[in-house]
Design a protein around this ligand. Structure first.
Ligand code: MSP
Length: 505
């Protein structure tokens, strides 16, 4: 079945930070892994450009919203590229094709009788582009996420009859226990629904920066409905002259952060039902990257710049660190110290050293060629069961668990070398004959583990695989013993060289 994975589309009201990089990296790991399995994959990311957050940020900077959007959309595109993300399309909600498709779908919702005129009054956070209930406010009338004072807003606009989908949504959750993952987020979404759904505002009367409502051109659509629809509209124009909707819809998985759970697990399926479109297969919710105890966010001013880390350490180290340090699905703290520790102890010492030791020994003891040997190594069973486990973990979007499965193989290989000590055996005439089989096993293990690791660290693993004579990345080849000896092992420069940590500015 084709595999369609998405990231949230990022607000262009500010520059990208590490939190945005996190979701894109995770989605790229899924996309790359599924391609390794031979699946047909579509991977979408992009930018969310309409609404108050952008209009207000533009005003603060003395820019037109479109100019701010152009500038920051380019930064997000640059981020996507520097992260080595293999997205098939980059959507911008200011694309005219997207706008036309939003109008078409929401007109359908209107025609189906799920829209009515009303008056809205409530606490509105312009940064969230969302109304808050009294229970959600903190410190009097502040937004719980952005900690800014909110104002009460009142306006006439159109409402979406979310309440009409109470039963259908409960049924969806009953039928599909994996609609939302991890389980704790499924429960959160379901209890929100069971708490009783109120209708929501679908349009904004005061704002100009948005998609015009086709049945009342004095209004624009509320940015969240315009934004959510990106996942669907992109397929209609991502590839020139071709409509990919039938092939890839419904999406396999929408990856999101927990801050935008309600929109994706309640509003989104409901608006699709109202338009008569199939709902996605799954929404998977990850946690926050924290700095100390606080969510990393532009408004709290505690952000790490991903461009800078990549410039210093390379993109693979960052991809690895984020998925290793923070259990995917949970919150977790990140820090420059934590990053450096994992860089030195795991990347340089465990994987990097394994690679250079293996290449050196094959150079010195085997004339630089992976020896031909019996493939029935004691390592084979561990590697083959790990591959199965990894695929199941990726299917369940358990990315950190998947990475741990792989890392145990890296450690298994180091342990094997430590136990066998081929550098000692070569000096002992009675034992030296065992060395080729040992080095074959390590080289073969390294080949398999590098294939499994490829979606997480595409550049470094490609270097290792090329040195081992493996130039394709399909998972079919990731079986221990699938390749015999004979590869000429080239020189491999240190994969993770020591980096002097920068002096704080
Ligand atoms: N534009 C909306 C999403 C619309 S999707 C139809 C939005 N944009 S955002 O730029 O504010 O955030 C997008 C996503 O960035 C979050 O859901 C989350 O995936 C990611 N993150 C932003 N800060 C983050 C952390 N500190 N930690 C982890 N992820 C974070 O919301």
């Amino acid at each position: 079945m084709p595999y369609y994975v998405t990231t949230p589309i990022y607000y262009v009201n500010a520059e990208p930070h590490l939190g945005h990089a996190y979701t894109t990296i995770a989605a790229d790991v899924l996309a790359r892994h599924m391609r390794q399995r031979g699946e047909e994959v579509f991977f979408l990311t992009g930018t969310d450009e309409h609404g108050e957050p952008v209009a207000q940020a533009a005003e603060r900077q003395g820019l037109e919203p479109r100019d701010l959007a152009d500038k920051n959309a380019q930064r997000f595109r640059d981020l996507t590229e520097i992260l080595n993300a293999t997205n098939d399309f980059f959507i911008r909600t200011s694309d005219p094709e997207h706008e036309a498709e939003v109008q078409r779908v929401l007109q359908q919702v209107y025609d189906n009788g799920y829209v009515y005129e009303g008056t809205y009054e409530g606490w509105y956070c312009p940064r969230c582009a969302d109304f808050k209930t009294d229970a959600e406010l903190v410190d009097g009338n502040k937004c719980p996420i952005h900690l800014i004072e909110l104002e009460r807003e009142k306006e006439d606009n159109y409402f979406f009859k979310l309440s009409a989908f109470q039963e259908q949504l409960e049924q969806l959750y009953a039928d599909r226990p994996d609609f939302v993952g991890p389980g704790v987020r499924y429960n959160e979404a379901l209890s929100f629904i069971k708490g009783g759904l109120n209708d929501v505002s679908l349009t904004r009367a005061r704002l100009r920066w948005g998609v015009t409502v086709p049945w009342d051109e004095s209004q624009v659509f509320y940015v969240w409905f315009d934004a959510l629809l990106n996942y669907y509209t992109a397929l209609s124009y991502a590839r020139e002259g071709e409509d990919l909707t039938d092939r890839f819809w419904p999406a396999s998985v929408h990856l999101i952060g927990k801050d935008i759970l309600k929109f994706h697990t309640v509003f989104w399926p409901a608006i699709l039902m109202a338009a008569g479109i199939e709902v996605p297969r799954r929404v998977y919710v990850h946690g926050y990257l924290l700095m100390g105890e606080h969510k990393m966010s532009k408004s709290l001013g505690n952000v790490i710049d991903p461009f800078r880390i990549i410039e210093l350490y390379g993109v693979d180290a960052l991809r690895y660190y984020l998925l290793r340090e923070v259990g995917f699905g949970q919150d977790g703290s990140v820090s420059p110290e934590g990053f450096e520790t994992r860089y030195d102890t795991e990347l340089a010492n465990e994987y990097g050293n394994l690679v250079s030791r293996t290449a050196n020994m094959i150079g010195r003891y085997c004339g630089g060629v992976v020896p031909e040997a019996d493939t029935s190594s004691p390592l084979a069973a561990d590697f083959d069961s790990a591959r199965e486990r990894l695929c199941a973990q990726i299917d369940a979007v358990e990315l950190s668990a998947a990475l741990d499965t792989i890392w145990q193989l890296v450690r298994r290989l180091n342990q094997y070398l430590q136990d066998e000590q081929p550098w000692k055996l070569v000096k002992d005439e009675a034992q030296a004959g065992r060395v080729p089989a040992i080095l074959y096993a390590v080289a073969e293990g390294l080949r398999v583990v590098s294939l499994l690791l490829h979606p997480f660290m595409p550049d470094k693993t490609a270097t290792v695989l090329a040195a081992l004579g493996q130039d394709s990345f399909g998972l079919d080849a990731a079986r221990f013993g699938a390749v015999g000896g004979g590869a000429e092992v080239g020189e491999i420069a240190p994969l993770f060289p020591r980096i002097e940590s920068p002096t704080p500015a």
